[in-house]
Design a protein around this ligand. Sequence first.
Ligand code: SF4
Length: 728
Amino acid sequence: METKHVLCATCDISCQLVATRKPGEKDFTLSGDYDNPMGPGAICAKGKLAQTTFEHPNRLLHPLKRVGERGAGQWQQISWEQAMDEIAEKLQGIVDRYGAESLAVTSGPWNCSTESGMTRRFMNILGTPNYLSPVALCLGNTAAVNRFTYGWMPMPDFENTNCVVLMGHNTNSQNWVWEYVRLRLAEQRGAKLIVMDPRRSPTAERAAFHLALKPGTDVMLCLGWINVIIEEQLYDKAFVRDWTVGFDALAKRIRDDYPLQRVCDVTGLNETEIRESARLYATSKGAIIPWSPITDQQVSSTSAIRAISILRAITGNLDAPGGEMLMGIHQDLISEPELELTEMLSDEQKRKQLGYDEHPAFTFKAADIFAEHSERVFGHRYPNLVKGTHMAVPSTTFRAMATAEPYPVKAFFAIANNALFGYGNQALVKKAMLNQELNVCFEQFMTPTATLCDYVLPGDSWMERPNLMDTYNWATITMTSEQLYDPPGECRNVYDLWHDLAVRMGMQEWFPWRNVEELFDHRVSRTGLRWHEYLSKYKIQLGHYKHFNYRTTGFATPSGKVELYSEVLEGFGCDPLPYYRNVETSDAFPLKMFVGLREPQFFQSGQRHNRRLRKSNRYPRTFVNAVDAASYGLTEGEWAKIETVAGRLFMMVTIRDDVPPGLIRVPHGWWLPEEHDLGADDHNDGLVIPDDQEYLDREQGIPHMKGVPCRITACAPPRDFVGIGALQ
Ligand code: SF4
């Protein structure tokens, strides 16, 4: 029996799997790895069926060059060398005409997790600050905002915790598997569970408290908890005295603006459940609030993330056993931040980063303030936590691409990212792409984004490459992955893309490694091992971490303490303390809508071509309460049109009583590869996510997705569907 260890990169969880095959067999069988302390045995159907996703007739196997109108689907197959020659020449021409900042790149870090910082390295050497990523709406922005309070993004200590607070999360065996496994183990040990979620779910039903708050009021509930914890003196007084600044200002803000009655009125919860749940969290020692995308995607995102950070801090959970670990980056590796060479980007170019002044929270404007403090505590000036701590702001960038204001952006690279579906305001993203002189994508399939490109380059999958995974620069945990198969056709590693362009654009000296294995040799060189030796020795390598490290180093903030009152935010003209803000319904849009939700069969906009996964989820379905279904004349299994100020989309109706009246649920990332136009303009949630200023978080500029005002009406099927029988 042949056995290999691999990391599934089908989604961002990175489960460690065991791959086995008998002599004479072609295919490996995948199973969860019980040696993995980060989620023993974790695997879901997407992971088990990964080979059917990648070994598929729809797979892109060769570089393609557009020969017809953009989006007309007329392509010429060309060689990788020709593609690189032409792209390099065109990109150089654009940079010469408009400046380096005229290149914007969006990258999906999990899909191309072997890039080892090479995307940013290429961009920094070229001189463009305009890196985008969907992590702006999902975890990366959380990491950036956590820095305002205590300088790093914490890793929850599931293994020793006594209380877990899940916000809008319904972890299960097919979704958030890694977290689900660790949560269930914690519950078996006796840890208590608190769930904040408007929806009823199996997770919520197990919880000691299910706080079914109104959509978009998460920050208000957190402010209510802070109120209880301060009023009842449940906070860690020694920690607050010795290690925080701004406690009095915070207490005054809470006392004056967020009395518990107001919290109850806004959240729809009663005082007893707020008080008792706050007490459970504050007195559990240790307690964790694991990251959730729910607070990444609201108009009050920054305040909500700040309020969560403050709760972690004042209850004494930072760096405490069973609490929230501020780990740094693995010391044995040459890290991604080192490889990114951010120091090579000039201050003048950093200041050109789109969104720098209007929405600075995750741009270079913030990163430069934290640089010296990160270096003092964690040894990295630009740690690029979760690849999200110095990005351009997506909506500002797409506007610049569409309008050339404040300056022209004329080249757009989408690296393993279906960008058309990855952000809000899909119509704007499309307009932006159509206004480019050069669109390039590196992909596995002809996605809606790829159809708008001039060059489509075929990328490898996680089964077809080795991987060195460093927890997205978030924790001192490194994992490795062996290669199972050769890449099909001319599919390449993302490293080859940046290397080959660099060679053609006079930057070869910065990309001396001939392939990704040589790059990994370099990355593990501090261990004294070659990559193949490291790969054999380590499935997982846990780096150094010690509790209460801040007692030696201080926190990675300007004051060296936890900044409950953020002078950095104040210096940006933002509120230094967390506050409540929401988007309200109107007569025209009387319902609220949750968008950006994952479904167990799919990750983001992926896997829609996989018939085995589609069989149990054929078409996009909106969940509606029976009360609303009756009010709006909706019928189970029939189609409905959902509209917001941004646009409209179509979904089938599913009537469910776990969704409260007044709220509908819209899943993320739907397109139909079997349809001639891919269904690209009819079903994705980005079509109905507005990104006008009133719908953006002020500090970050990310759009509101948890409680978007909308309306829903019954409608005829939007087309004659060919059905999933057309898929192979
Ligand atoms: S949850 Fe599923 S898709 Fe995600 S990494 Fe694990 S096995 Fe792969």
